[in-house]
Design a protein around this ligand. Structure first.
Ligand SMILES: [Zn+2]
Ligand SMILES: [Zn+2]
Length: 387
């Protein structure tokens, strides 16, 4: 161990800063290089060793005869675990035994049942991960280069509790939870990660529409407000890909300058790849978009690409998990997903109150479409949209 330490620059090997919480910071690109230098290329190569070569290697390593190896293979084979007499569970229908008749009746009944035991979301979530395992690209050019590094990020979803529009009814969402888990390649830019983070704030339509419910515009916040930043280790990485992008970290930097904080740096999100970053595993970093919609971003794992990973570069960043969010139903019919949220609404039982389109219109407008009562109405985008 001491010898290895002498060879390696220690600061680029993750060491726990707080045990079981986060590591000390290290340079992702250098960490990758250290692994690639130390490992035999066969270890991270996609072409597996041929079975014949594996056999020869095993014979040499264990110092045994080929006949013994064959015997070992037979004894340790998975097939040896199988029973020779498989229970087919076929019950003769013409049996005179009462026990068999009962069993047959029960079996027939079971077949008529439609069972949905597994949560449908779980099936989907598993599929997301399982679908991509071992996937190879159709075109060889899209194969991830050997020795590439994969970073796993958890995106924590917590802006429900922070949004001024939604209040008391959503407090249970204060629970911090990983909304998305993503795999990103070390060579990918920070903007690649930014583009796959799903958040309802990007889909909001701004404005109050109680007087003109038919005039809700089609454009969403994402089309208008494209500024965003990641805050990694004292540097604000701003998205500056579009002319309308602004440095929304400026106000924070000005605030910190007037207090006794160290000077924070700024860089471009689209010019920085993950290999360029100094990061800590397990440390809460920040992603901010739509002005003040904040998400905690946690790097949970850094490792080399394995031949069983999804090897199609086009599928990265790869979403491996998405948390299921409860859809908010209309407060009146409890049937349809809400599309409107009202405040200062004398007719509503609560403030704010959610409505589906049909109930909202029946409740708040007369036959001629005139507004009834006093209220403010905003378009509502359900977080379940991403389910
Ligand atoms: Zn957000
Ligand atoms: Zn309704």
């Amino acid at each position: 161990m001491a010898e290895i330490r002498k060879e390696m620059p220690c600061e680029n090997v993750p060491v726990y800063e707080f045990v079981d919480v986060n590591s000390k910071e290290f340079h992702i690109g250098t960490f990758r290089k250290l692994w690639v230098d130390v490992l035999n290329p066969e270890m991270y190569s996609y072409s597996g060793t041929a079975p014949e070569i594996e056999d020869v290697e095993l014979i040499e390593e264990m110092g045994i005869e080929p006949a013994i190896l064959e015997e070992l293979k037979n004894i340790c084979s998975v097939d040896s675990l199988r029973s020779k007499h498989e229970d087919q569970d076929i019950i003769p229908s013409e049996s005179h035994l009462s026990t068999l008749k009962l069993r047959k009746r029960r079996q027939d009944y079971k077949e008529t049942l439609t069972r949905d035991m597994v949560d449908r979301h779980e099936v989907y979530a598993n599929e997301m991960e399982m679908l991509s395992v071992g996937k190879r690209p159709d075109n060889v050019r899209d194969l991830i280069p050997e020795g590439e590094v994969i970073l796993t990020f958890n995106i924590i979803y917590w802006e429900f509790a922070c949004s001024p529009l939604v209040g008391v009814g959503f407090l249970q969402f204060r629970l911090v939870r990983a909304f998305q888990t993503l795999h990103v390649l070390g060579s990918q830019k920070l903007t690649d990660l930014r583009d796959v983070i799903c958040c309802v704030s990007d889909l909001q339509v701004f404005g109050e529409f109680s007087n003109t419910p038919d005039m809700v515009p089609q454009f969403i916040s994402k089309d208008h407000y494209k500024s965003a930043f990641f805050f990694f280790n004292g540097t604000f990485y701003n998205d500056t890909r579009f002319p309308e992008c602004q440095d929304i970290s400026k106000v924070i930097k000005e605030w910190t300058r007037s207090r006794d904080f160290p000077d924070f740096k700024t860089a471009r999100m689209e010019d920085t790849s993950f290999n360029d970053l100094q990061m800590k595993v397990g440390f809460p970093y920040l992603y901010t978009h739509q002005g003040d919609c904040e998400h905690v971003v946690v790097l949970t794992d850094v490792r080399l690409v394995h031949q069983d990973d999804c090897l199609d570069i086009k599928l990265y960043p790869l979403i491996t998990h998405k948390h299921r969010v409860m859809t908010r139903k209309c407060s009146v019919c409890h049937l349809y997903i809400s599309r409107w949220i009202t405040t200062n609404d004398a007719l509503a039982p609560m403030d704010p109150c959610l409505f589906c389109d049909q109930c909202f219109r029946m409740f708040h407008y007369d036959d001629k479409g005139n507004k009834v009562g006093d209220f403010l109405a905003y378009a509502y985008v359900d977080p379940g949209t991403f389910n």
